[in-house]
Design a protein around this ligand. Sequence first.
Ligand code: PLP
Length: 285
Amino acid sequence: MDSIAYVNGSFVPLSQAKVSILDRGFLFADGIYEVSAVLEGKLVDNASHLARLERSLGEISLPLPESIARIIEIQKELIARNKLENGLVYIEVTRGADKGRDFAFPKGAQPTLVMFTSVKDIVNAESAKKGIGVITVPDIRWARRDIKSVALLAQVLAKQAAAEAGAGEAWMVEDGKVTEGGSSSAFILTQDDVIVTRQNGSDILPGCTRKAVVKLAEERQLRVEERPFSIDEALKAKEAFITSASSFVQAVVSIDGKAVANGRPGPLTNRLREIYIGFARETGT
Ligand code: PLP
């Protein structure tokens, strides 16, 4: 059955949801997106995602065509209309359609706002029980990865390579250090029990799940160090994992076919996953 999507003021069946071929999101990837998880009918850490949406839009001087309060109403209406229990709500804002294909910002074009939902049982995902393998690829992205731009070609290629290798994610590597996953933040647990993840900056997306997990870990007196790490260090680590809205916390059990520790999800990863699911349940809106 067709789910309901939102396109520029209207709720329409997904198969009939359309934007112009002149839309700048289509022509130039001139747009920003955001993804919030839905757990048991409630949005997870949504304020954090909407704050990042506003920040990304600000960085490319693109006004949000609706207020944040209205965006939340639309998210909730989509969840209700689609009877979504567990899954994701996607938001995309582009600079809209002009009369042609001028690179500079068009004058008077109305931004496009598109939203839709998808079903995903994140808590019971098989991949979370077994952990995933990752492959490594060079990070060939642009220099402003802190902006959640819809220009995702480098990640499409990275994740396609991962899929072809039977892996669940690609870790992107720059100057000998992991930046992040194709659509997730990367973590390791060192032999002396320090949780390591790269510090925020223009070379990674500031993950909302990463931020929440770091805070939840620190509140429990777990040691966290925000710094880059190498693949060599990851292969010598006790545990490795990723975080994202669409996977929460998920173990990484191999890198380029080599096992991390015993090749099974580690106890700290499992604990952080349970802690995050608890946080998601308690704070969902
Ligand atoms: N890094 C990249 C490149 C991503 O695309 C994503 C999510 O799509 C993340 C990290 C994780 O961010 P979040 O936890 O906010 O979903």
